[in-house]
Write a new protein. Structure first.
Length: 222
């Protein structure tokens, strides 16, 4: 099991910048260590995972970890969070690209988000054992950053179906729905069922974000 943190240890900040790679060999070495860190976090959580644990999991010396990530655990954990974010973006982009209608687009986005929240080993472990490391980033003013990310990711896809003025409100609603129904679904909603996501989109989201049509002008009479 991972070694317990020392008396003054703290969890790495999620906002730390990952150390840049220095070429293909460094990229491969860093990727191996990120994968090892992900396995350790899924097993023990962030705080109980030490650099020694990650080095053993990767089959390398502790000094190798420091060479790949000179900032130590904080830098490596930042790279893990960046890896998780990249996975979310890649999965979302692939799901959204093939949508033929606004309903298809929103359904694909929610199904992808629900799946990542449910199936990602790292996210699931942290939410179960150390939710205070994740949940504050989705609360109050910090939620604006999440909505900005959703808007940036979804803009080229939403723009196929919505006017520019409706994109940010649509991203806001979709992000809040994904977080609320993904992290804490109500009894009447099953986030594992794509059909339930489509019904949610069709009944509530599409009507809420589709701009009302201008009423047709009555014909004039001479």
């Amino acid at each position: 099991m991972g070694s317990a943190p020392g008396p003054g240890s703290t969890a790495p900040a999620l906002g730390a910048e990952p150390e840049p790679a220095a070429g293909p060999a460094a990229d491969a070495g860093q990727a191996s260590l990120i994968d090892a860190a992900r396995r350790c976090i899924a097993r023990w959580g962030v705080r109980k995972t030490s650099l020694d644990d990650i080095a053993r999991e990767a089959g390398v010396a502790r000094a190798t970890v420091y060479r790949a990530f000179p900032g130590g655990k904080d830098r490596l954990m930042a790279a893990v969070w960046q890896h998780e974010a990249d996975r979310v973006l890649q999965a979302s982009e692939e799901a959204l690209a093939g949508a033929a209608t606004l309903e298809d687009l929103l359904t694909a986005g929610l199904v992808t988000a629900f799946g990542l929240i449910r199936d990602d080993d790292v996210l699931r472990a942290v939410l179960e054992h150390e939710p205070e490391l994740i949940l504050p980033h989705f609360a109050f003013h910090r939620l604006d950053g999440v909505i900005d990310l959703v808007a940036a990711l979804g803009r080229p896809h939403l723009a196929r179906f919505l006017p520019e003025a409706a994109i940010r409100p649509a991203a806001d609603l979709v992000a809040r729905t994904a977080l609320t129904f993904g992290f804490r679904p109500p009894d009447w909603f099953d986030p594992r069922e794509p059909a339930a996501a489509r019904q949610l989109v069709r009944t509530y989201l599409v009507p809420a974000i589709t701009p009302p049509e201008e009423p047709a002008c009555p014909p004039t009479t001479s």
